[in-house]
Design a protein around this ligand. Structure first.
Ligand code: WQD
Length: 340
């Protein structure tokens, strides 16, 4: 099929482009390169021997967005393009609402005008807030978001539900990710955040490679087995493969609006991830216990049953694979894509 991938040069986007190419699909990617590098897709092309047609602009340019949709006529769109730093969204809310919400509105309008009916959307488990019941199923109530970033995910999901009510020919598959980590086994593509990483694994790998001095663990006095927060870390390659299943299903079955939690179903604490990384990398990781981080929830992990039953998808890679592959990427690319 012909698939348009917004944010295709990004961390999850580039891993998904690789799996889509391996599955035989034809790709056009849109990326404004604000938090990504063309190099990621160059490496995807080298790894697969196939091409990605990359167009570099922001979805805030509605005219260019419509022009590409009309020209390419994709069977489906996978929509990753968004800003995703929780803390930054608190500091610059309007930037987040404009980029994430207005950009999505432009995309959906262009799809309707160009006649593209199928969207797979990069959402997040952050929409659940602090879970009242674990493991998290898709019918768990969504909460008031902890940050403007979280609100943009809640709002864009609602926009898609409302668009489907007004135009039932539009199909939206909402993928609620848990915590994506890891890298392709080649070590050639991986997570390359701008500036100091917000997220745990890229921070750990930058400490291990010597770019950062030590890890601050944000609180060890939570009501968990070792006092540190629990998350459902999912290997980015498993996550990418879920997108292949989801995009093939949305075109084949025209399911309307469907939601899937994408996690392993297993939670790991921060300290467990630190120890797993030390075992996988052979590196001792210096860390200190620091005060709790505002907005952190205590525990979240998925019930992945629905994705298994309806998408025929399940994770195959575990925390050791995630840590090993994260380390291979970072040790082979100490400065991420910068050097290239
Ligand atoms: C995980 C755990 C921290 C860094 C967020 C977004 C989510 C998605 C992933 C975009 C927490 C602890 C972290 C550090 C630490 N974003 N930690 N020291 O907050 O679960 O999820 O990022 O797609 O939508 O909400 O991920 O990796 O930031 O934190 O102790 O230097 O690691 O307190 O318990 P989070 P995270």
């Amino acid at each position: 099929m012909k698939i348009l991938v917004t944010g295709g040069a990004g961390y999850i986007g580039s891993h998904t482009c690789l799996e889509l190419l391996e599955a035989g699909h034809e790709l056009t990617a849109i990326d404004d390169l604000s938090n990504s590098s063309k190099e990621s897709l160059r490496r995807v092309e080298k790894l697969t021997g196939k091409k990605v047609d990359l167009r570099c602009f922001s979805l805030l340019d509605g005219e260019q967005t419509l022009a590409v949709l009309k020209e390419v006529q994709p069977d489906a769109v996978i929509h990753f393009a968004a800003m995703k730093a929780v803390g930054e969204s608190v500091e610059y809310p309007l930037r987040y609402y404009k980029n994430n919400v207005s950009g999505t509105i432009n995309l959906i309008e262009a799809m309707q005008t160009a006649g593209c009916k199928n969207l797979v959307y990069s959402s997040s488990c952050t929409v659940y807030g602090e879970p009242t019941k674990l493991p998290l199923t898709e019918d768990h109530p969504t909460a008031t978001a902890e940050s403007p970033y979280g609100w943009t995910k809640l709002m864009t999901e609602q926009i898609m539900r409302d668009v489907h009510v007004s135009d039932s020919s539009m199909n939206f598959t909402l993928l609620r990710y848990f915590n994506p980590v890891g890298a392709h086994a080649s070590g050639d593509i991986g997570e390359d955040p701008n500036g100091i990483p917000n997220n745990l694994l890229p921070f750990i790998t930058q400490v291990a490679v010597g770019k950062l001095a030590k890890l601050n663990i944000f609180g060890d006095d939570y009501e968990t087995r070792d006092g540190t927060c629990i998350r459902d870390y999912i290997h980015v390659v498993d996550l990418a493969k879920a997108h292949v299943s989801a995009v093939e299903q949305v075109v084949a079955k025209q399911p309307g609006v469907v939601t899937y939690n994408l996690g392993t179903g297993t939670g790991s604490t921060v300290l467990e991830m630190v120890h797993a990384f030390e075992a996988a990398s052979g590196k001792k990781l210096p860390y200190e216990i620091a005060p709790r981080r505002a907005g952190d929830i205590v525990a979240a992990y998925a019930d992945p049953t629905k994705a298994k039953e309806e998408l025929g998808w399940a994770t195959t890679l575990d925390v050791n694979d995630m840590c090993r592959d994260s380390w291979r990427w970072q040790s082979q690319n100490p400065n991420g894509y910068e050097a290239s």
